[in-house]
Design a protein around this ligand. Sequence first.
Ligand code: HEM
Length: 461
Amino acid sequence: MSADKPLIVPPKPPSRAGGFGFWRYVRAFRQDILSANPARLYRAKMAEFRIPFLHTFLINDPALWRRVLTEDAADFPKSPRLVAGLEPLLGQGVFLTNGAVWERQRRIIDPAFEGGRLRDTFPAMLAAAQSSVARLAAVADGQPVEVEAQMSHATADVIFRTLFSVPIEDAAASAVFHEFRRFQGTQPLLNLAGFLPLPRWMPKFHRRATLKSARRIRSLIRDLVEARRHAIAAGTAPDDLATKIMTTTDPQTGETFGDAEMIDQVAVFFLAGHETSASALGWALYALALDRDVQRQVAEEADQVLGDAPDFSAATRLKYARDVFKEALRLYPPVPMLVREATCPAEFRGRNVPKGAQAVISPWYLGRHEGLWQDADAFCPARWSTPAGKAAARDGFLPFSAGPRVCTGAGFAMIEGPLLLATLARRFHFEIIKSRPPVPVAQLTVRSGTGIWLKITPRTP
Ligand code: HEM
């Protein structure tokens, strides 16, 4: 994009070169959705896939994704395939429900994530960022460090501090965090439940270890929720997100969440709110390590803006860190595919869409679409301050989805991400390890199949 600087192109999975037979496609798809698909998805406005058990439309056309996600959203609810895969952990959590149940849940949850409340969460986010600095300081000796795990730790800390006012070192928080890592390890297949071309009954066969792990996570969360219910009754509860959500009444019914429903929502916040941010931060750190110039600019902005005791206004002034974080979200959207199901026959770009077909809108393909973005695969935070970059973003930047089911935590994540990035870049220098490049794979979130390994040393301004 700039005449005087070579383009920095971070890793991108290879696309499928030729045709695949059905079972080979299923095998490849289970390993990684992106390398199982052909390169034309980066150019097409729409692609139709018909394979046994599944009729799917991948939609890149901006007018059409707006229709599916926003204008006609009621006709395209979340796919039940996804529900089947995540139900043991999330129960009736807002991530999975549809219709009237979902509407009621959003009416209770949304106020907790509004602007004023986000301001209140800032000190907790800052404390988590400082703890992350302390943890990294212990390993910043130039030896390889796996930063995805570090970022998972940091974002889990953010969730517990903002939701329950406890750090990740708290016994219950730490137990949920570790059990959650085990849960993920037990069920790589279920991660793909929404996208796999397998019969609908397939994801219901949960592995025993997955179910056990989900039960343990939910039991740990139950303890936290019950303790908070008692603290609210006793008038001793801290003013955090859990208290806010548990004391908010639905304006239409006057109801609050019961404990069982709150457990489901906490499981959602934990799943949806920490792995996603961790994934984006891991890739953002890798991109900073690739582009020293950008890394220096993020660190210098952090020096100027954060000072010794930053307040909420600092978060809004981290403009460059924000552009870097957005660029990481564009190239590595943590949720690579949004899957909806047609509940009535429709027509997409002149093609008949039968009832039951899947409509897939992919933040991954949109974020790298060659018809929308200049130098689509290049890491270039400067694009975010150009008219062309802003125009492309309107049609092709969808990391938080859009429409009524847009991510509840988008505002939260856009404070947390740049703040963590700036705080870390201010204290440390990040360097790639040429022999250990990350390999992007898309499962439930876009992660590196081999981890993201960097050399970290203290920064000398
Ligand atoms: C970089 C960080 C994040 C990204 C990229 C992200 C992305 C997304 C996306 C794409 C969806 C919609 C999925 C779909 O429609 O299939 C979603 C939903 C959701 N996210 Fe996030 N998210 C992030 C952080 C958070 C955080 C921090 C929270 C809460 C603390 C959160 C809570 C939720 C919830 C509750 C939903 C379900 C909304 C609904 O279905 O009505 N997310 N997120």
